[in-house]
Each structure stands twice: as structure tokens, then as C-alpha cells.
Design a protein around this ligand. Structure first.
Ligand SMILES: NCCC[C@H](NC(=O)CCC(=O)O)C(=O)O
Length: 446
């Protein structure tokens, strides 16, 4: 049996915009109200995904969500026709309205936590959508995310879907952005590393002071229970509260792992030595490469600006690893010289590939945010909805679909345009036919 890691990239939705919604995410705050290009954003994402497919990796896509979220606006008391709902909300509660327009589901690293079948008690691949409670605009995602995941991984024999954790800050969960899995190979039992920002039920423990810690230990523990993980395969590590206060709102902004590599900044974790000893012990006899970047090489500020750690580390068909980095890393002297040196060292990382994902970066989402990793064996890959796997035909079809429906430019002030709602729904309706997802959106269920 063969084993793969498949990346499911989030398609950028037609309302991609910069509304400054994410307190604690420096790029989101700095780019508030800038004009965006949904078309360019979607194409940048597709290019990156297709390039990985061309490198011989299996690549899938996940559908975006319906925005503006008229259903939520109605729940909040705005009434009338859809156009009236948009107009009233934009006028009477602009911040609430903007939150209901975000295309943030594009960052599928926050869609769910996934545990491969090699790690779970029942031998199925488990999915728990993230509840994303810390940000109102993101808390609107989990229900539809669950439907999209079920329509993508639509076979009960191999896939187990859980409901997202209770919607409150005690169980704040941001999905795979705070979860990394190390393993000797993808089919082998792995070590699932859950990273959290604070203890929900013990306020005497360290926590950030300035920016929110979005993920709690208790949420991580609940997911490990739901997925049937053994204590022998799980490590919980607290993020260094101080780096959260410097803009590291998810752990994937300061560390990334793949197979036997954990690439991290020296300030990423609290109690690093104890955590790494536990990881190595649970990993087994083979050595884990803990690749440390220290503050003199790259400061936390530079790491947040360039997203050095929001890179993907992928295993190529010849067994070497490659780093998939945003062009911001190439444009930084400190980071690009670090990376050029890294590939000459004695680690599995041998190549660096740069991609322009600026439209996403301006909202604090790099290459790693744009993908959800699902390690599977060949039978499981065969059980995935085949229309969501990105081969040449789907790539071409999706590019045409973007050209047909997406605007070149969008301003925050355009979001209440009723025509945009019609365009978005028309696009998404067609997308569900292309990907054969069925009726996953509220507007399709009226
Ligand atoms: N994993 C990357 C997530 C980025 C995302 N940004 C946003 O939602 C910004 C949206 C805006 O500000 O318009 C977040 O912070 O959760």
C-alpha cells in the first residue's frame, strides 16, 4: 500500500477583501481597507496548488463559503429582501456587516484538524472542523466547512466527520494551524503535536497580555479524544505567550513540521526542551531533525513579516524535502540568505520554491495557511470525491470559472452591492456542480 500527504488548498472566494478584522494578526490590521483583487487572489492560489501537483504531489481543492453571509445577517435582525438586508447592515452596523463578508475560509489550515488512519483507534481518517470562536467573522465558518468536508471526503468506510467543538472561548480551536504531525513515513503511526496559546480553566498559567491566544489546551485535548488518539502519540506544547504578543496568532506562523523535520524559531515554544524530549521519545528510534532558527539569524518580527515558517515543507517523489515559500521570503535579505544556506546543510530539506501569494499574505495567510494536509493511503485517496482532485482538467476549468465570475478589483465599499451577492452565488452554484458537492450552501437550501 502506498501513502501520500495530499494538500487540499482553499479556493479563494469572490468577496476576497481587506477589512482589518483580525486583531493580533499584523497584516490584517495593516492592510485594512486596501483594495483587493479576488481574481488575482484566486489565481495565485490555483497556481501554487498546480505547481505542487506538477511536482508529482497529489493536490486537492476545498470550496469556499457563501459570502456575504445573508443568513447570519438575518439571524442578527436585518430583514427584507436580500438587497435590503445588505444595505441596512452596511449602514447600521458596518463592522458586523464586514465580518459577514470575509472570504477567510480560503485559509484551509483553519478548516479542521485531521488525524490520519494510522493514528486513530478505529483506523479511519478523522476530521473536526475548527470552531474559530476568537474572531466573529471566522466563527461563521464551521458548519458549512463541515458540509464541504463531508462532500469532499464522502465515504463513511474511510472517513469520520465530527461536529466542531462547543462554540465558546473555553474550547477555542483553530484547526491544523496549531497542529503538526511528525512521522517516519506517512503510513506509519505519527506523533501529533497540538500547540495551544492558553489554559482555559487555569488562569494562573502563562498567557499572552496584548493579543488573544486563540487556541486552548482543553480544545486540543478534546480533539485528541474525539479522534481516538493514543497518549503515546500525542504531545501538547504551549506557544511562547510572548511571540503571540508579537503577532504570532497561530503556531504555523513560527514553526512547521513534516515527517522527521520540525523547523522552528527559537522563541516559538514555552518549555521547548521538555517538549522536544517528549516528541523525540514518542517518535521512536529514528532521529527528528529539530531545525532551529535563532533570533540573530531571523528576528520574530522578520519571521512574521516574511512568513518564513508559514511555508510548506513537502516530500518530493525522490524523498528529498522542498520548502514552498512566499516571495516575501526571497525579498528579505536575512531570510533568503538563511534559506540558501539551509539547503546546503545536513537536513532533508534540499530545495526552495517561491510563490507569489501576495493577495493572501496581505491578510496574514501564507502558503501553509492556504492548505489542509490529509495523509492517506491509496484506498483512501480513491475514496475521496474525485472531482475535487486538482489535475490539468480541473485546473483549467477552475481558471475559466474564476475568469467568468470574479472581479478584478474590489473595495470594502463595494461589498453591499447586491450585484456582488448575485455574482457570488452564481459562481458558487456553478462550483458545486464542477466539484459535484451537492447543495452545501445555505442559498441552495432555501
Ligand atoms: N491562517 C491565516 C489566517 C488569516 C486570517 N485573516 C483574516 O481573517 C483577515 C481578514 C480581514 O482582515 O479582512 C485570520 O486572522 O484568521
Amino acid at each position: 500500500m502506498q501513502h501520500f500527504e495530499v494538500n487540499f488548498d482553499g479556493l479563494v472566494g469572490p468577496t476576497h477583501n481587506y477589512a482589518g478584522l483580525s486583531f493580533g494578526n499584523v497584516a490584517s490590521l495593516n492592510n485594512a481597507n486596501a483594495s483587493s483583487s479576488p481574481k488575482q487572489a484566486a489565481k495565485q492560489g490555483l497556481q501554487k496548488a498546480k505547481a505542487l501537483a506538477d511536482m508529482g504531489l497529489t493536490q486537492g481543492v476545498l470550496a469556499p463559503q457563501e459570502r456575504p453571509d445573508v443568513l447570519t445577517l438575518r439571524r442578527l435582525g436585518f430583514s427584507g429582501t436580500d438587497a435590503q438586508v445588505l444595505e441596512k447592515a452596511a449602514k447600521q452596523a458596518p463592522q458586523v456587516f464586514l465580518a459577514c463578508c470575509s472570504a477567510s475560509s480560503m485559509w484551509t489550515a483553519n478548516a479542521a484538524t485531521v488525524s490520519p488512519s494510522a493514528d486513530t483507534a478505529d483506523g479511519k481518517v478523522h476530521f473536526t472542523p475548527a470552531n474559530l470562536t476568537n474572531k466573529f467573522h471566522r466563527s461563521l465558518e464551521p458548519q458549512v466547512t463541515g458540509r464541504i468536508l463531508q462532500a469532499t471526503f464522502n465515504n463513511d468506510k474511510y472517513f469520520k466527520h465530527h461536529t466542531h467543538l462547543p462554540d465558546n472561548e473555553f474550547f477555542g480551536d483553530e484547526g491544523a494551524a496549531n497542529h503538526t504531525r511528525l512521522c517516519q513515513n506517512y503510513g506509519h503511526e505519527g506523533v501529533e503535536i497540538f500547540t495551544f496559546g492558553r489554559y482555559a480553566f487555569d488562569t494562573s498559567k502563562p498567557a499572552p497580555q496584548k493579543y488573544p491566544a486563540r487556541q486552548t489546551l482543553e480544545a486540543c485535548q478534546a480533539i485528541a479524544r474525539l479522534h481516538g488518539l493514543s497518549d503515546e502519540n500525542v504531545v501538547y506544547v504551549q506557544q511562547n505567550p510572548n511571540v503571540i504578543d508579537q503577532g504570532v496568532f497561530h503556531n504555523d506562523v513560527i514553526s512547521v513540521g513534516n515527517q522527521n523535520v520540525l523547523f522552528y524559531h527559537e522563541q516559538a515554544f514555552h518549555n521547548t526542551d521538555a517538549a522536544f524530549a517528549e516528541i523525540q521519545q514518542k517518535f521512536g528510534d529514528e532521529k527528528v531533525y529539530f531545525i532551529k532558527v535563532d533570533s540573530q539569524q531571523v528576528s520574530v518580527e522578520e519571521a512574521v513579516k516574511t512568513y518564513l515558517f508559514n511555508t510548506q515543507i513537502v516530500t518530493m517523489t525522490n524523498g528529498d524535502m522542498a520548502i514552498i515559500a512566499p516571495t516575501e521570503c526571497r525579498d528579505s535579505k536575512a531570510v533568503s540568505s538563511y534559506l540558501s544556506d539551509l539547503v546546503t546543510q545536513n537536513t532533508p530539506i534540499k530545495q526552495i520554491h517561491y510563490f507569489d501569494v501576495k493577495q493572501s499574505m496581505r491578510n496574514g495567510g501564507g502558503p501553509a495557511c492556504l492548505r489542509l494536509r490529509v495523509a492517506m493511503n491509496d484506498q483512501e485517496v480513491d475514496a475521496v470525491n474525485p472531482n475535487t482532485l486538482l489535475y490539468d482538467t480541473l485546473f483549467e476549468r477552475l481558471n475559466l470559472w474564476v475568469d467568468k465570475h470574479y472581479r478584478d478589483q474590489l473595495l470594502v465599499a463595494d461589498l453591499h452591492d447586491p450585484q456582488l451577492l448575485i455574482e457570488s452565488r452564481t459562481a458558487l452554484d456553478e462550483l458545486t456542480q464542477i466539484l459535484k458537492l451537492g447543495s452545501v450552501y445555505p442559498f441552495q437550501q432555501d
